[in-house]
Write a protein that binds this ligand. Sequence first.
Ligand SMILES: Nc1ncnc2c1ncn2[C@@H]1O[C@H](COP(=O)(O)OP(=O)(O)OP(=O)(O)O)[C@@H](O)[C@H]1O
Ligand SMILES: [Mg+2]
Length: 163
Amino acid sequence: MINVRNLQFSYPKSSKEAIKDLSFSIAKGEVFGFLGPSGAGKTTTQRLIIGLLRGYGGSIEIMGKERSKWDYNFYEKIGVAFDFPNLYKKLTARENLKLIGSYYRSAPKDIEGLLVRVGLEWERNKKVEDYSKGMKMRLNFIRAIMHDPDILFLMSLHLDWIQ
Ligand SMILES: Nc1ncnc2c1ncn2[C@@H]1O[C@H](COP(=O)(O)OP(=O)(O)OP(=O)(O)O)[C@@H](O)[C@H]1O
Ligand SMILES: [Mg+2]
């Protein structure tokens, strides 16, 4: 599913390489986690695979195609769940899933069923701003899997970096 070979990357303003000669492969069905010291390049590697960063050296082959050759169809195939809820707080759970689902070509078939699966069926018409953290995280998880992705990324969100 993912085949990384001799990956290299430097952030534009940095003289130091953030990633230097990294290689690994992840097979279908495999659960793969990055462990390593702070600053080792775990987040940078995931940003490159997802496409939040471009301009790498070496190769990132995903589902048989080089990352740099994938177009927006890539986002139909992957799901990303951050460790911080990433939702529209003025909308209800149902409204969030309907809106986010409309971003995808393969729209989710059964929003109600997904809400039941995570135990949010009683809260589906409540605004997300009135949800607890755990309720938001459950909805956030559905957000990441609702379009039936082939690869699911669970990663930490750096708020300062996104802004
Ligand atoms: N936005 C950025 N701009 C410039 N350099 C960065 C940026 N983000 C990370 N780096 C540098 O890239 C290298 C790898 O950082 P990265 O965030 O990928 O590490 P990490 O393994 O995720 O660390 P942690 O466990 O602390 O989250 C570090 O040397 C870091 O200083
Ligand atoms: Mg990190």
